[in-house]
Every structure is written in C-alpha cells, then in structure tokens.
Design a protein around this ligand. Structure first.
Ligand code: BES
Ligand code: MN
Ligand code: ZN
Length: 500
C-alpha cells in the first residue's frame, strides 16, 4: 500500500472513499468532518440527529456522496469520548475503517489524521498511529492461496491536512509508522508460514536478506560450530529433527563499538511437536508459530537498521525443530549447556528454555548488556494473562519498567510477574544441576527462573508471548493469525535506550 501525506481540501480528493471522524456526543461535526457535512448538505448532522451516528468508538457509518463531492463514499468513524482518545484508539479506528472500506471495494482512500486537530494528540504521533493501524489492520497472509481474493486491496492511502504547517510532522510520523508496521508484518509473515516453509534454514535466509537490505551484519553458526561451542542444550533439542539447527546472529552498529551492546534473544522453534513428550494433536498446527519470538527479534532488527539509532544491538536466534524420532532427546536424559550447567530433561516439551539457555550463555560470552529475550515459552503464561498482556520477568527493576513503557507507546501490554527466589526450589534436580520443568504451579515463573540461571548478573527481561503471539479473531489492529507482538516494543525500547 502506498501512503502519502497531502495538503488540501478532502472533499476535492481524487479517491474512492474518505474517512472522517466524530467524537461521541458531538451534535454538529467540526473541522474536516464539518466541511464534508456542509458539502453534503448537512447529511452527517442529520444522521446524528436521527441517532444513526453516535460517534461511539469504532462505529463505522457509510454514506454515499452522490456527486456532491469528489469521493463517492464517506465513512464517518466514531472516535469515542473526546477525553479518552489516545494513540491505541487511533490505531484501532484506522484499522477498522480501512477494513470496512476494503469490504466496500474502495481501493484509493483518503483520511484525516484523527486527533491531530482539536483532539490534542501530538500531530506526528497521530500520523504514526494512523499509518500503523492502516498497515497492520489490512494485513493478510494469502501466499498459499492460489484463488484470487474476493475483496480487492486498499492500495492507496492519502492522509489529508488543510494546514500546510503540519505537513512535515505528519510526514515524519507516517514514515516511522510505516517502518514499524512493515517490520511487524514481516514477523507476522514468518510466523504464519507453515513449518515446511519456515525451517531453521529458511529463518536464517530471511535474516540474511534483512541484513543485506538494511545494512546489518549477518552470521549463522552451523551445527558444527554449535557443537564446538558446547551448546549441548540446543543440540539436545535439535537431535530429533532432520532439519539442521541454525544459530542466527544479526548485528547493528550505531555507535562506538566499544560501548555496550543491547542483546535481543528470540526463541526460534520452527515447529514444536513436544518431542518424545508429544503434544495432543488438536491444535498442534499452531506450533508452527513457536518461532514468533525469533521472528519478532529479526523484524525489530530490520526496523532498527532503517531507523539507525545511536546504539549497538545484537540479535541471537537459536533455531531448530522439536520433533520425536529415534535419535530424539528422551525424558531422563541429561544435557550439558554451554555454560557448563547440567540439565535433567523431565519433559521434552519444555524445549524453549533449553535453546534459550545456550543463547543466553552465548550472549554472556559476547558480553551483551542489557538483555531482552522473547519467547512463546509457556502455556502457563497464556493461562495466567490470557491474550491481552504478555508476561514480563526480570532481574532489574529499571529495565523492566523501560520495557513496559516502550510497550505502552506501541499499544502492546505487558504485566510484570514475580521472580522471588523461592520459585527456584521447584527447578531443583536430584541427578543434575537443574531440571527443565518445575511442575504445574507457577509454570511461567519457574520457566523464567530457569532462564535466570543462564543470565547471571546482566540486567535482563524475559517476555513470554505464548498467549499473545497469535489471535483467532480480528480485533482492532490485529487480524487472525500471528500478531507480530513485541516488534514495536523492542524497537521503541532500542530508540529510548539510544537516547540515554
Ligand atoms: N511452545 C510451548 C508453549 C506454548 C503453548 C506456546 C501454547 C504457545 C501456545 C512450549 O514449548 C511448551 O510446550 N511448554 C510447556 C512446558 C511444560 C512442558 C513445562 C507447556 O507450557 O505446557
Ligand atoms: Mn514445547
Ligand atoms: Zn515451544
């Protein structure tokens, strides 16, 4: 989709449809909506008076302009209560309005920047949220469907503004919004791919392409390198698969290389069958998305490469399948991680923490600090927080607060979970240094405590996205399938750390 900021009169725009807006409870529309209303002979005011348009959040009303203005159709999008308008709502309204117009068959769409006039929202941020909402809300994954879609894509969006002075801010916001949203959609594409199209090798190929296109350094550790490094936990998970494991490394240098390097670590299980502790078959297909954390990290690196903040960032993605076969790791086996710690395998389905143990160990070797890892790690986190918040676990109060704040700016929600030492008790093994499951109770926390054993003193945040990485229903800027969650949070965190 092509998005442009243009100045002028929205009623004269050469598009198929325009989006204007209305706050709840407003009886006569102002600004651009008012101008459109006037040109339509007071039609919008009349529909408000008749109670058809209420301005409730995400209410969409379509009116036909019958030749009175250049665009044939007008959507009046409800913004909800004026004092409750925020960037999250703008993203959502933009997404809903664009999808609404796609159903109507509009290909070229004009819109005003919601809240940037009298709404009191920062002009640049409003344009960013609008752009993000449109691109994220219109996302589809049709790669494997050979039939033409029933509905045409919206392929042109014009953000229209009367006041020329606002154009530079609107353009900046629009440009950043596009980078953020397209990176998010890259993560969605990767996670939506079936596992036979997104193997560890395929993941490495995507990362390589991102590195080439956005000026990052790319390296992949092959199985023999992984063996040399002694990453026994990652190798243990990989040994049941015919696909070779890949340890993917992307680096961005935005400042003096002797300065700290932020480390982003993402779980890259391209298919999680559970291994010998095999999962029930119902819903197992969703486990093609068990590399969502790794995809988010690769996608965030792409946006970082585009935005070029003054900070160094290295991304680590351990990638493998988790499958059962004659060579697979078995319950009772003991693996040795890169940092020398021995791990008793109680359940081969707790594989994410194993591959992350070695990735975090490697991050320590590279002295990356601070560290943020992202993983679809535990069903327990899904049970605890549903599909609304991702879990945040940390050994550092300041860092976790920064992550949560970066999330708020992105419209992504995190909830901090406890990390009391007492939880470590459940991970104690009788035969090895630690075991890979701590039982049912507090399963998301014991998983995080397991990871903590491989982090040491480095400031670190673990984000468990098991509940938020995919969604079954269309909801505001989310569409069914992979959500791309944490991409924008990681990018905003990186930008804010670069400011320090
Ligand atoms: N990838 C799963 C977690 C998951 C579940 C992600 C559902 C997304 C949706 C993870 O590898 C796993 O299987 N975890 C086990 C751990 C248990 C065996 C300790 C779980 O949560 O059941
Ligand atoms: Mn598993
Ligand atoms: Zn898994």
């Amino acid at each position: 989709m092509e998005i442009k900021v243009v100045s002028g009169d929205i009623t004269k725009l050469k598009v198929d449809a325009i989006i204007v807006n209305l706050f709840e409870g407003m009886e006569s529309p102002a600004g651009a909506t008012g101008a459109v209303d006037q040109a339509l002979g007071g039609l919008i005011t009349q529909l408000i008076a008749e109670g058809e348009i209420k301005g409730k959040l995400n209410e969409m009303t379509l009116v036909h302009s019958m030749g009175k203005i250049s665009p044939a159709r007008v959507v009046v999008a409800g913004l909800g209560k004026e004092n409750e308008l925020n960037l999250t709502r703008i993203r959502g309204v933009a997404a809903e309005a664009c999808r609404f117009l796609r159903k109507v068959g509009a290909k070229r769409v004009g819109t005003i920047a919601h809240g940037a006039g009298s709404g009191g929202i920062d002009v640049e941020q409003s344009a960013q949220a609008l752009t993000e909402g449109a691109i994220l809300g219109l996302y589809t994954f049709r790669k494997h469907q050979t039939k033409e879609p029933d509905q045409k894509d919206v392929n042109e969006l014009r953000i229209v503004e009367m006041d020329r002075k606002k154009l530079p801010e609107l353009k900046r916001g629009c440009a950043r919004g596009r980078i953020m949203a397209e990176a998010t959609n890259l993560a969605r594409d990767m996670a939506n791919e079936p596992a036979n199209y997104m193997t560890p090798t395929d993941m490495a190929e995507v990362a390589k392409k991102v590195a080439q296109d956005y000026g990052l350094e790319f390296k992949v550790l092959e199985k023999k390198d992984i063996e040399k490094l002694g990453m026994g936990a990652l190798l243990g998970v990989a040994q049941g698969s015919r696909q070779p494991p890949k340890f993917i490394i992307l680096s961005y240098t935005g400042t003096d290389p002797s300065k700290n390097t932020l480390g982003l670590v993402g779980k890259g299980i391209t298919f999680d069958s559970g291994g010998i502790s095999i999962k029930p078959s119902e819903g197992m297909g969703d486990m093609k998305g068990d590399m969502s954390g790794g995809a988010a990290v690769i996608a965030a690196m792409r946006a970082i490469g585009e935005l070029k903040p003054k900070i160094n960032v290295t991304a680590l993605i351990p990638a493998t399948e988790n499958l059962p076969d004659g060579a697979a790791v078995k319950p009772g086996d003991i693996l040795k991680a890169m940092n020398g710690k021995t791990i008793e395998i109680v359940n081969t389905d707790a594989e994410g923490r194993l591959i992350l143990a070695d990735a975090l160990g490697y991050a320590g070797k590279l002295k990356l600090s601070p560290l943020v890892d992202v993983a679809t790690l535990t069903g327990a986190c899904h049970i605890a927080l549903g599909d609304v918040c991702s879990g945040a676990f940390s050994n550092n109060k300041e860092l976790v607060e920064k992550v949560i704040k970066a999330g708020e700016e992105s419209g992504e929600r995190f909830w901090q979970m406890p990390m009391d030492e007492d939880y470590k008790e459940q991970n104690k093994s009788d035969v090895a240094d630690i075991k890979n499951t701590g039982g049912r109770w507090g399963g998301a926390i014991t998983a995080a405590q397991f990871l903590a054993e491989f982090v040491g003193e480095t400031p670190w945040v673990h984000l468990d996205i098991a509940g938020t990485a995919r969604t079954d229903k269309e909801k505001r800027f989310l569409v069914q399938g992979a959500t791309g969650v944490t991409v924008r949070t990681l990018v905003n965190l990186t930008l804010s750390l670069a400011q320090e």
